[in-house]
Design a binder for this molecule. Structure first.
Ligand code: ADP
Ligand code: MG
Length: 701
């Protein structure tokens, strides 16, 4: 049976045994031969190159030196002792130091013999030394064992105590390679291998651990990345197909009264082509009887709200209720107000439920939902509490989903016998590659067009020494009748300090913009919802010129007359946050501005973030840079999203391979969904293998 060799428990490998086996399992989840093979090196060291003792630099992660040990001395009479050896090459000398295993090292080193030394140089007492270096005698046998590119493996303190540092792991891998001839089964169909010119699976494993040269290493990486991404896509796509079979969605057979009346009488503007296209996509989902699970991506200000509303009307027209869940109270209230206004004159009952809804109002809402009297419910996560029950919920819209965990979304699904249709809206554009991996089981719609008449926001970066200039500009804009946001960072760990920054900023604003000529309001996380709301309202009604705030205004707030966004300590914000904040302006017809204010001291990453913001308004471009800077794990909202653990691929940089892999998976699922053709037998076998050895993969399906 395929896979049995690879499934051999790790203890049985020469050089492992029960004790090391236990540690490998506990520390690195290496249970069997296959796990060791896919414990990939994190770096390769070119062992054909030697440094000179005279060119060391404390920033070097490691160096390789060739020379002799000319003297050794144990320093200290009792513990802790250390062994210091003087190492000399053709250029100079450095110290090698051991704090452990002193006796053994001392006995095994032969003065006068030529050695290759490998380790990280550090500075001690103004001199370079290397602590616990690898020491290899220069002889035929050692040279043979080493490939030019030596693999380096991550290890842990516990494993190192058992002799399994990078070198120890490397030895195990080598031992495994020696017994694995022809025992590593192929897991990709011949067609895919041939058309992509892939090397075999066996040689890919060999070359990734013991590369003969850089070209073969590249080929091995490509093959293994493809294989990893191919199987992730195959499983996601297959799951999607299965879901569609199991879960039947409510069929919204017709578009009727509400939708049409709204379109005819209440729609305040012409829909953009992108909005129309997305509505058609949604319409076709809900009309088909399949269960809709759709991600709607649209940059800030692209007009997602109206799409959400019209989607909910489709549900109403078919006798269902709908709800929309927003991430913050401010947003929920804003949705309630704008949707109530949009539905004016129509016979539709809309409710608002948030954390601060009063007991009696809450009770009434619960009753109206159960009786079916309430048609549309808007709110915060208060919506997902089990006590909130609907008569017949048919459509759930989740706004700005990155604030919601997967688990919370799932709870909403359970609010009817069949899961309601789900539309998840996000203004954090997710790069295509990430969307494919994260949401391989969702359909994706994109609003890639802004409503007409918008001018691109002008973004500039300024140092805080230019404050007078900034204030001058703000005053000009206020004279023109515009309103301004000034935002301070809020980072949870240092909430106290941030609060202080914010309040100091507020006070300095009050000094620079004195009453009664100017009105300045403030909103922050420590205020009660009611006070926040009051201040927001004042700003919304244009009763104040400047709104000083923390990132509470980050998502969704829509005040078209606000045309300047000043972001203080902009270097402390992530790219997607900066983009979200900037999206608060540029919503009206006026030219809008975003000013990124920072100190002089900027890290390279911060500089790149600021440059990116000044260069582009395109959310997708920004998301790509963000992904590159931060890696997928850090992207907003992806932490709990079940992003699989990639062993070798990097979705920030392997987008092209991912696309290939996905297309290959799609083609196979189309041709042969059960993998029953002989040529696809390898897939069936490998999927069985994965199922038997689930751990990492369990999270995907
Ligand atoms: P977001 O996608 O960020 O949620 P909103 O739905 O809040 O964007 O819309 C932003 C602004 O654009 C709102 O003031 C909205 O009324 C307006 N808007 C939306 N669609 C259109 C359109 N087709 N034409 C003109 N204005 C529009
Ligand atoms: Mg919005």
């Amino acid at each position: 049976m395929a896979g049995t060799f690879l499934e051999t428990p790790i203890e049985y490998l020469k050089g492992v045994g029960p004790e090391r086996g236990k540690s490998l399992r506990a520390e690195l989840s290496i249970e069997c031969f296959a796990d060791l093979l896919s414990y990939y090196p994190f770096r390769y060291v070119d062992r054909t190159k030697f440094h000179k003792t005279t060119e060391l630099d404390a920033d070097m992660p490691y160096v390789q030196l060739k020379g002799k040990i000319i003297s050794m001395e144990v320093i200290g009479k009792s513990r802790p002792q250390r062994l210091v050896a003087v190492f000399k090459d053709d250029f100079g000398k450095i110290d090698l130091v051991w704090f452990q295993g002193i006796k053994w090292v001392k006995n095994s080193i032969k003065p006068g013999t030529e050695y290759v030394i490998f380790g990280k140089p550090t500075v001690f007492n103004g001199k370079f030394n290397i602590a616990h270096p690898e020491v290899d005698e220069v002889n035929e046998e050692n040279l043979k064992l080493q490939s030019a590119l030596q693999a380096m493996y991550n290890s842990t303190e516990k494993l190192k105590l058992k002799g399994l540092d990078s070198r120890g792991i490397s030895k195990l891998v080598r031992a495994l390679m020696q017994t694995s001839d022809n025992k590593i089964p192929e897991n990709l169909p011949v067609e895919i291998i041939n058309s992509n010119h892939f090397i075999s699976r066996g040689s890919a494993f060999y070359q990734i651990h013991l590369p003969a040269n850089p070209e073969l290493l590249k080929k091995a990486e490509l093959r293994l990345k493809f294989e990893e991404l191919f199987y992730i896509q195959l499983m996601l796509l297959r799951q999607k197909a299965i879901n569609q079979k199991i879960y039947h969605g409510f069929r919204f057979g017709s578009i009727g009264e509400h939708f049409n009346a709204f379109f005819k009488n209440n729609l305040p503007f012409e829909l953009t082509n992108a909005q129309k296209r997305v509505l058609k996509e949604i319409r076709s989902d809900v009309g088909s009887g399949k269960h809709m699970n759709r991600l709607l991506q649209g940059d800030v200000g692209s007009g997602k709200t109206i799409v959400a509303l019209m989607t909910m009307l489709m549900a109403l027209d078919n006798g269902f209720q709908a709800c929309l869940m927003a991430p913050t109270e401010i947003l929920a209230v804003q949705h309630f107000e704008s949707i109530t206004a949009l539905l004016k004159g129509m016979n539709i009952k809309v409710g608002l439920l948030t954390g601060s809804s009063k007991g009696s109002a809450r009770k009434q809402i619960h009753e109206q939902l159960l009786s079916g009297e309430m048609h549309i419910l808007l709110g915060t996560h208060a919506l997902i509490e089990p006590i909130v029950q609907f008569k017949n919920l048919g459509m759930v819209v989740v706004d700005e989903q990155h604030r919601f965990g997967v688990e919370q979304r799932a709870k909403l699904w359970r609010k009817n016998v069949n899961p309601p249709h789900v539309l998840i809206m996000t203004a954090t554009p997710i790069p295509r590659t990430l969307a494919m991996t994260l949401y391989g089981d969702l359909d994706v719609s994109v609003i890639d067009e802004l409503p007409p008449g918008r001018q691109p926001i002008k973004t500039i970066h300024l140092f805080d020494s230019n404050r007078l200039k900034i204030h001058g500009f703000m005053k000009e804009q206020i004279k023109l009748g515009r309103q301004i946001y000034v935002v301070y960072p809020l980072i949870e760990e240092s909430e106290k300090m941030d609060y202080k920054d914010l309040m100091e900023g507020y006070e300095s604003m009050l000094r620079a913009f004195p009453r009664p000529e100017y009105q300045v309001s403030v909103v922050h996380g420590r205020m009660t919802a009611k006070d926040k709301d009051f201040e927001m309202q004042r700003f919304q009604k244009n009763q104040t010129n400047i709104m000083v705030a923390t990132t509470v205004i980050e998502v969704g707030v829509n005040i078209p007359n606000a045309s300047v966004m000043v972001i203080e300590s902009a270097e402390r914000f992530g790219l997607s946050q900066l983009h979200q904040l900037r999206g608060r302006v540029g919503r009206g017809a006026d030219q809008s501005y975003c000013m990124l204010v920072t100190s002089f001291k900027l890290s390279a990453d911060a500089k790149l973030r600021l440059e990116t913001m000044c260069k582009t308004n395109d959310g997708f471009e920004i998301a790509d840079v963000d992904l590159r800077l931060r890696g997928p794990g850090d992207l907003a909202g992806t932490q709990q999203s079940g992003l699989p653990d990639f062993k070798i691929s990097n979705i920030a940089t392997d987008g092209a391979i991912l696309t290939e892999a996905r297309n290959a998976a799609l083609k196979i699922l189309e041709d042969d969904p059960q993998f029953s053709q002989p040529k696809n037998n390898v897939i069936a076998l490998y999927l069985n293998f994965i199922n038997r050895n689930k751990q990492d993969w369990a999270r995907i399906s």
